[in-house]
Structure formats: structure tokens, C-alpha cells
Design a protein around this ligand. Structure first.
Ligand SMILES: [Zn+2]
Length: 257
């Protein structure tokens, strides 16, 4: 099982979506903001507690090694007790981190080749998009980014581009008068005025799904409905399956099940 990012609650959302945590093998982290990596350790611990018998490998930018190791270490007391009392194997050898500062091929097996590309997430550098190529189709996920020329080529020809898109009127509510927060949101993320629509157009053939539907303080359904108009039908409100490829949005309670 391949996973992109591991925010708060990701393990529970995976289970609700019908996935077994012990099938997890590769985690691709777009960048190290907490809402993309906060549950790295708990995900590993919970997978281990679900009879994980192979390593989980996290891929992503520095300081991912530090984040994952410290996060896993927070459960040292528990894992030691379970090794002692339940006969479980040591956890740490099952948690590996492939930290990289560079774009390019980050992972490949018989089923998929995964390539990273730099995107523009303001001062958070590096931040990556990932492209997944299989024998039959390809998917690109932008991660958090404002419009970035560097994403156009990797996304060209993909069957599906999942691009971050913030609902602009929601930004004001989220910022709640905090101009510094609003400035961060507008410089770091994609929104129509900030040209994510332009990015989608330039990626040509790719079918586009807008991610990041949840904005704090909003009713998800209302935001989704308004966002669909905002992006002129380019976004699918509840993406579930594109040409046989299952896409689950597990961000902010948007699981399909
Ligand atoms: Zn971010």
C-alpha cells in the first residue's frame, strides 16, 4: 500500500476506508508541515501493532528523518512493553526513512515508479509533488503549492492531476483577521486568483481533481458546492474512481466511506 502524507488521523481514516495498516509499505511525504506529517510515528506504531511484517519506508524532504525518529521514539515505553509482553518484533528496524533534497525518481518497484518534482510552498523548502506511473495509468499529486511552472511538465500527459486548491472566500474566515496568516495562506497555496486554474489548463490532458476541500470553520458540503463553481467544473466534489483507479480523499474527514 502506498500513502501520500500522514496528517493527524490518517491511520483511522485508512481503517475506515477499509485498508489494513499492516499492508502499508511506502509513504511519500510532500513536505514537513504538521498537517502532512504529524502522524508519521503513530501510523508506524499502529501498523506494527497490526502485525506488520515488513518495513515501512517514508520518503520526503529533510528533516523527515528527525521527525519520524522522534515521533516513533515517543512510543518507546509502549513498544518496549509490547515486545516484552506480547512477543512483538523490534519496531525501529521496520521504520525506514529515505530523505532527499532533490527531485527525480524516489521509488520504483514492479508496479509503480514514483518521481518527485519541486513545487513552490513559499519558505517551506523543499516541497514536492509526486507523479505515480504504472503500466496503465499515471497520477500526479501537487502537495501544497502555489502556482508552479515546475509542476507543469511532470503533470503533462498524466491521467489524473490532484491539485491543491483553496477556496478563496474561505481564506478570510480561516485567517479571522490575522493578516500574517492570510498572507501565508495566499503565498503558500493555490487558489483561483493565485492561478491554480492556470496551472490546470497548462497541464493539458490531465484530468484535474482539486484537493484540500476542508477549510476550518466551514461546513464541508457548502464549501465543496461553492468550490465546484469556483473552479468551473474542473473539480470533482467526491472523487472516488477515475478509470478504475481508486482515489480517496482522507483529508479533513473527506473519506469516501
Ligand atoms: Zn503546507
Amino acid at each position: 500500500m502506498y500513502l501520500i502524507d500522514c496528517p493527524n488521523g490518517v491511520a483511522g481514516q485508512l481503517v475506515k476506508a477499509g485498508f489494513r495498516l499492516n499492508r502499508l509499505s511506502q509513504v511519500f511525504v510532500t513536505h514537513d508541515h504538521s498537517d502532512h506529517v504529524l502522524d508519521a510515528g503513530s501510523l508506524a506504531v499502529l501498523a506494527w501493532g497490526s502485525d506488520l511484517d515488513h518495513p515501512i519506508r517514508f520518503h520526503g524532504p529533510p528533516p523527515l528523518k528527525q521527525i519520524v525518529s522522534r515521533s516513533v521514539a515517543a512510543s518507546d515505553f509502549d513498544t518496549a512493553a509490547r515486545m516484552r509482553e506480547e512477543g512483538r518484533p523490534p519496531l525501529k528496524p521496520l521504520v525506514q526513512v529515505h530523505e532527499t533534497r532533490n527531485g527525480g525518481v524516489v521509488y520504483e518497484d514492479a508496479r509503480v515508479k514514483v518521481t518527485s518534482a519541486f513545487v513552490d510552498h513559499y519558505t517551506v523548502r523543499p516541497a514536492f509533488a509526486y507523479r505515480f506511473d504504472t503500466s496503465t495509468r499515471s497520477v500526479v499529486i501537487s502537495g501544497d503549492t502555489t502556482y508552479s511552472d515546475r509542476l507543469v511538465n511532470p503533470a503533462k500527459g498524466a491521467d489524473l492531476l490532484i491539485h491543491e486548491a483553496m477556496y478563496l472566500p474561505g481564506v478570510d474566515q480561516l485567517a479571522a483577521g490575522n493578516d500574517r496568516l492570510k498572507d501565508h495562506l495566499l503565498r503558500s497555496h493555490s487558489h483561483r486568483a493565485g492561478r491554480s486554474d492556470r496551472g490546470a489548463r497548462r497541464c493539458e490532458e490531465a484530468r484535474v481533481i482539486a484537493s484540500r476541500p476542508g477549510i476550518s470553520g466551514h461546513n464541508g458540503r457548502n464549501v465543496a458546492a461553492r468550490r465546484s463553481r469556483e473552479f468551473q467544473g474542473r473539480s470533482n466534489r467526491r472523487p472516488r474512481s477515475e478509470r478504475g483507479l481508486t482515489v480517496l480523499s482522507i483529508y479533513s474527514g473527506w473519506s469516501d466511506r
